[in-house]
Design a protein around this ligand. Structure first.
Ligand code: ZN
Length: 456
């Protein structure tokens, strides 16, 4: 079936044609591992996961590469400020290397909890400095770089198509960026750092033909994407905030070095808008990480389902009410059964419905429309047919209620009934908490307690 995708470069939906038939080479900008991932960033990874799953559902073999930024991403995207890794190291009194490994692991723990498929290759910037140096040398040979006391810059005025994908108005852009320029010796405000020099206090340092220093953030994505996916590849994704600087610079470096088109389809996910959401004071703080969302009583799958209900190119407002509504919606799906499934035995109806849902998914990832249709059909069989695309783990959840309660849990229930009969309320509460901690829901009614495995 045809898949169409919105290409930021052309500002239009295009029929997707891969370079190699049946294969897709996909690169996604990965996390800067200096802190726990914000749920807004996680929304972008959910979008990219859906893209990959839809392509795979259509029979493509996808090679998915996502970098891990563990050096060189400054506190502004325009290279001003400090390296985020070093700021975090000072904050937590650990080495930047320890910070990087710790938050990388936390990131993959979060994405696993959201059922985001792990990319096939997840290269770390610090392990590809050699490739970055080689790429900078290539740019240097081509005359696209210059040196200041602060480092090696890319001269954006010498790259004819600079800002084309982002449709930058460079005159406006330049004055706007002047405020964040840290180095007066830059030729053009939009020039960016390829290799930082003169940072003696920076802990992560490598030797280079230009002297000790470390790579800029943008060069890592060019070096690693082209290493694993070749000089021209199919799809490059990231958040919309990457369009004007990071992706613009990636194009300039890559095409400047190879004189070939870098990426064929650029895809960008929109922001998650955070209101002034606060968790109740006893929990402290606001929801901004996946763990804080879980601590507030929400399930990661509910967050995934919440994200599925907005198109990736539209902004999404986050609120606890919306998340609660998503939880209720997901619970409803998990409670579907084959018994009253109108499409369970109706082969023709099932096939027709399935192709309708697939058609909207293939129309630039029409996931919210697909979810709407699936809710309309209300058929477990149909939901299960798209379980591998939507990643809602329906198969794992749907039969849980039917699982028999193990003997040791049954024993706790009996003990609790006895405690309640003897009006030993504290003991009954202790046993109830124990049951809850083991993943059970306890509802006390006039005929005793109903205990069942918690679905979500
Ligand atoms: Zn990147």
């Amino acid at each position: 079936m045809l898949v169409s995708l919105y290409n930021t470069a052309s500002r239009s939906k295009q029929e997707f044609v891969s370079l190699e038939p049946g294969k897709v080479r996909l690169y996604c900008c990965g996390p800067t591992v200096y802190n726990y991932a914000h749920i807004g960033n996680l929304r972008t990874y959910i979008f990219e996961d859906l893209l990959r799953r839809i392509l795979e559902f259509n029979g493509y073999e996808v090679t998915h590469v996502m970098n891990v930024t563990d050096v060189g991403h400054m506190t502004t995207d325009e290279d001003a400020g400090d390296d985020k890794m070093e700021v975090a190291a000072r904050r937590e009194n650990r080495s930047p290397w320890e910070i990087a490994r710790f938050y990388e692991e936390a990131f993959f723990h979060d994405t696993a909890r959201l059922n985001i498929l792990r990319p096939h290759i997840t290269p770390r910037a610090t392990e590809h400095v050699k490739e970055m140096i080689a790429l900078i040398e290539k740019l240097e040979k081509g005359g696209l770089t210059y040196r200041t006391a602060e480092g090696i810059y890319f001269d954006t005025a010498l790259f004819a198509d600079y800002g084309k994908m982002a449709r930058l108005n460079l005159t406006g852009q330049r004055t706007e960026r002047e405020e964040v320029v840290a180095d007066d010796s830059k030729r053009n405000p939009s020039d960016f750092m390829l290799w930082f020099l003169n940072k003696p206090t920076h802990i992560m340092q490598w030797t280079s033909p230009w002297g000790p220093g470390y790579p800029g953030w943008h060069i890592e994505c060019s070096a690693m994407s082209m290493k694993y996916l070749e000089e021209t590849f199919d799809i490059h994704c990231g958040g919309v905030d990457h369009i004007p600087v990071h992706h613009t610079n990636e194009i300039a470096q890559s095409e400047g070095a190879t004189s070939r088109p870098f990426v064929r389809y650029w895809m960008h996910g929109e922001f998650l808008l955070m209101g002034k959401e606060k968790i109740s004071k006893s929990k402290g703080g606001s929801i901004n990480t996946l763990q804080s969302l879980i601590d507030a009583g929400f399930d990661p799958m509910a967050y995934r389902y919440f994200c599925l209900q907005a198109h990736y190119r539209t902004e999404l407002n986050f609120s606890q009410e919306a998340l609660a509504a998503a939880t209720a919606g997901l619970r409803k799906i998990y409670s579907l059964s084959t018994e009253n499934d109108s499409l369970a035995q109706n082969e023709e109806g099932f096939a027709a419905a399935k192709s309708k849902v697939l058609a909207v998914l293939n129309d630039d990832l029409g996931v919210p429309q697909a979810v709407g249709m699936l809710n309309f059909y209300n058929s477990l069989r149909l939901w299960l047919a798209f379980d591998s695309v939507l990643g809602l783990q329906i198969a794992e959840h749907v039969h849980r209620e039917e699982e028999p309660i193990p003997a040791q849990v049954q024993a706790l229930i009996s003990e609790r009934s006895a405690a309640r009969a003897a009006k030993q309320w504290a003991e009954a509460d202790r046993l109830r908490d124990l049951l809850i901690s083991q993943g059970y829901e306890v509802a006390d009614g006039p005929e005793g307690a109903a205990v069942r495995k918690k679905v979500i």
